[in-house]
Write a protein that binds this ligand. Structure first.
Ligand SMILES: O=c1ccn([C@@H]2O[C@H](COP(=O)(O)O)[C@@H](O)[C@H]2O)c(=O)[nH]1
Length: 274
């Protein structure tokens, strides 16, 4: 999906919501456990319920890998099921020497190899350019580079001062030379909304994937106020607050209500800040 197509979806749905499919076999409603593939059945119903309010879906790969071959199969079926006009994110946080990164890229981007055909993958910047380049060799696919993450541990390295900058600022500055805003996004935690103005100086045109609203308590209002650019430039993820809004048989209905609430708030900010 191109940047323009993503913006068109945002404009059509009046939403920049990304629903996180952090589907945990231990948390899904027990009535689903009798299904042949409970994880896929849960995802299918969540997707059906939230599709009108959502422009992106982000399965966190850990939740699928933890289940071995069965989890991988559920992931493949889920990606196949998501309509092609929705942006898909493999939240895998990969990156290795170039030779190995090439295999990670094939895993998430090359359907003929792995059965998966994501639009994007999250990548850790720590190993530098040659660890990221192999992901960029796939046309029309996106790298979402970890810049400033939502967790407390982002202080350990990302917020260290190096010269007159923080390390996460240098990550953005340097990586701006690796790909343009048609292929590169950045992860910025919603819990770090106070840093968004500075981040927008360094990356004015890039989309930002912003996890950390909902269960982690980040403010959608602040993220939208300080992070939005002229193409919206935001995909705000919420996982647990939406997909586990209820643990009963009404889980999909409750997820729909939560997604709609977020979308309605987003439509207000799109009118105000875009
Ligand atoms: O900085 C980061 C990067 C990734 N995540 C991931 O996003 C979701 C958030 O889930 P919630 O339930 O909405 O808190 C999850 O998959 C994380 O691994 C993040 O939270 N922060």
């Amino acid at each position: 999906m191109t940047k323009q197509q993503l913006f068109e979806q945002i404009s059509q749905k009046n939403s920049y919501l990304c629903v996180g499919l952090d589907t945990d076999i231990k948390k899904i409603p027990t009535h689903l456990l009798k299904e042949k593939d409970p994880i896929f059945e849960f995802n299918r119903q969540i997707i059906d319920a939230t599709i009108d309010y959502t422009v992106a879906y982000k399965p966190n790969i850990a939740f699928y890998e933890a289940l071995g071959a069965k989890g991988w199969e559920s992931l493949q079926k889920t990606i196949e099921y998501i309509p092609k006009n929705c942006f898909t994110i493999a939240d895998a946080k990969r990156g290795d020497i170039g030779n190995t990164s090439g295999l990670y890229a094939r895993t998430f981007f090359d359907k003929s190899s792995s059965g998966l055909d994501f639009d994007s993958v999250t990548v850790a910047p720590y190993m530098g350019r040659d660890s990221v380049d192999p992901f960029l060799e796939f046309d029309d696919k996106w790298v979402i580079l970890l810049a400033l993450t939502s967790n407390a541990g982002s202080e350990d390295f990302q917020q260290l001062s190096i010269g007159d900058k923080f390390l996460f600022e240098q990550v953005i500055l340097t990586s701006q030379k690796w790909a343009d805003s048609e292929r590169m996004m950045y992860v910025v935690g919603a819990t770090k909304a106070d840093k968004l103005l500075k981040i927008r100086e360094l990356a004015p045109d890039n989309f930002l994937l912003v996890p950390g609203v909902g269960a982690q308590g980040g403010s959608l209002e602040e993220v939208s106020r300080y992070g939005m650019n002229k193409h919206c430039g935001l995909l705000v993820n919420s996982s647990r607050a939406i997909i586990y809004a209820s643990s009963g048989e009404d889980f999909a209905q409750k997820a729909k209500i939560e997604a709609q609430k977020v979308q309605q708030e987003m439509s207000k900010y799109l009118a105000e800040y875009l």
